[in-house]
Design a protein around this ligand. Structure first.
Ligand SMILES: Cc1ncc(COP(=O)(O)O)c(C=O)c1O
Length: 450
């Protein structure tokens, strides 16, 4: 079965070449004890250090980490995270369910105070997939309905519920058996690969027409049934991929008209990644439920949360997210400190400023290489889509993988999404010089493989 989300970077001849050139006993020991899975294990290399925007490999190589699973807004080992977690470990490391702590409450108060308007209740989970599943339960409880509409190719987590609303075949097919019923899907957002139109490159204006048919399809799907509980979506996909102007406002109207709950998953795109604190704010659209995670743990702790309007406080007689760590003080401290650092160190502004630089460097590169079909993104989430030079459209996964390894050998790590999109998402603490260094490496990598 082909891996759809990322190129098969843990198999294939380029991977074999990499492993031969980077013998690492840690990789072998890891592969001997962890269950193998696509795009995960066996791993690429062992990591012995992580500091700021860098990872340090087993052989001492320093990698500029432009991947970070989008969990490294603050970079690694931020001194304030280290100090806060050390202090919290000594003061109060855990509270069991049915108890709370000052920091558990302070974290929730802080997160809700910076959340989009109207979201005034939350629940903490240890992972994004769990938070998405809590969102599904809240939508069911509030509406008395069970169906969902979501997007093909989207990833919302690996749990059964999250994979059911997800649209990636890697997580839906194979030997795992039936998923949730009532999970309907529509084609993905995006203008370059608009499924219903001509498609727009970055140098052509993106108009409302590129998303209109999809918005109409969603409107029809919600209206013709009239009993859909929730529409679940990433307002901006981490591919990256953005919706057409006005698209989300139209979908918001369709949800309102049909009593459908709008759930936005900002797990990779929230917390400043896109040059605004929330990526949905680019769209002028506020969801009923917002899911956040990844960077919320300060690059150190697993922390996610589901935020909802007061109307969703309907579960007092049931249990939707009865998690062991639902008020964990260490997780809460990581979340609270992360929000404070983002605010006090101007990381959203840095993301917007350096994101614009990255976008123009990417577009400059595209002017030199026909194989770069599109360059898009917001803030520090930029994608270069590689396509066949013959038709300028067919995804070129092989070239993407060649560039990936050429960059890795020079000390730059990033992810290829959907197989052919070089996805660049550095820590938001990155400097001008470090960004310049990364693009220098990328240029050398293109020169080598072209
Ligand atoms: C959009 C989106 N939703 C949900 C998840 C799942 O988060 P987690 O891996 O913390 O369960 C991810 C993780 O990559 C994601 O990108």
């Amino acid at each position: 079965m082909p891996a759809q989300s990322e190129s098969d970077t843990n198999s294939g001849t380029r991977r074999d070449d990499w492993n031969r050139g980077h013998p690492d006993t840690l990789v072998e020991r890891d592969a001997a004890v962890y269950l193998h899975q696509a795009v995960s294990t066996p791993v690429l290399t062992g990591i012995v250090g992580a500091e700021g925007v860098h990872l340090v490999g087993s052989d001492g190589t320093r990698y500029l980490d432009f991947h970070g699973n989008s969990a490294h807004q603050l970079g690694y080992g931020h001194p304030r995270i280290i100090a806060a977690l050390t202090e919290q470990l000594q003061a109060l490391p855990f509270v069991p369910r049915r108890f709370t702590s000052a920091v558990s409450v302070e974290f929730a108060e802080k997160l809700l105070s910076v959340a989009p308007a109207g979201l005034d209740r939350m629940l903490m989970t240890t992972g994004g997939s769990d938070a998405v599943e809590v969102a599904l339960k809240l939508a069911r409880a509030k509406t008395g309905r069970f169906k969902t509409v979501s997007f093909w190719e989207a990833f919302h987590g690996a749990g059964f519920g999250a994979a059911s609303v997800g649209g990636e075949q890697l997580f839906r097919t194979g030997p795992i058996g039936p998923l949730l019923t009532g999970t309907e899907h529509v084609p993905p957002i995006g203008c370059y690969r608009d499924r219903f139109g001509a498609g727009h490159r970055f140098d052509q204006p993106h108009t409302e027409s590129c998303g209109r048919t999809l918005a109409e399809l969603i409107d029809y799907t919600l209206r013709v049934q009239g009993d859909v509980a929730a529409l679940v979506a990433e307002p901006m996909r981490a591919v990256p991929e953005m919706a057409a102007p006005g698209f989300w406002r139209a979908v918001r109207r369709s949800c309102d008209d049909t009593g459908t709950v709008l759930v936005f998953d900002e797990i990779p795109t929230g917390l400043g990644r896109t040059g605004r604190l929330w990526s949905s704010s680019h769209e002028g659209t506020v969801p009923d439920i917002l899911v956040v995670g990844k960077g919320l743990g300060g690059g150190a702790m697993p922390v996610a949360a589901v935020l909802a309007t007061d109307e969703f406080d309907v579960g007092a007689d049931w249990a939707f997210g009865h998690y062991t760590h639902e008020k964990n003080p260490l997780m809460a401290r990581a979340g609270l400190t992360t929000l404070q650092v983002i605010e006090e160190e101007g990381l959203v502004e840095n993301s917007a400023r350096l994101g614009a630089v990255a976008l123009s460097r990417g577009r400059e590169l595209a002017s030199r290489y026909d194989s770069i079909g599109d360059v898009r993104g917001r803030g520090l989430m930029i994608g270069l889509e590689l396509v066949s030079r013959d038709d300028g459209r067919t995804p070129d996964n092989d070239l993407a993988e060649a560039v990936l390894y050429a960059a890795l050998r020079r000390g730059l790590s990033f992810k290829t999404t959907m197989g052919n999109v070089l996805t660049l998402s550095p820590a938001l603490v990155i400097t001008d010089e470090q960004l310049d260094e990364a693009f220098g490496i990328l240029e050398d990598a293109f020169a080598e493989v072209s």
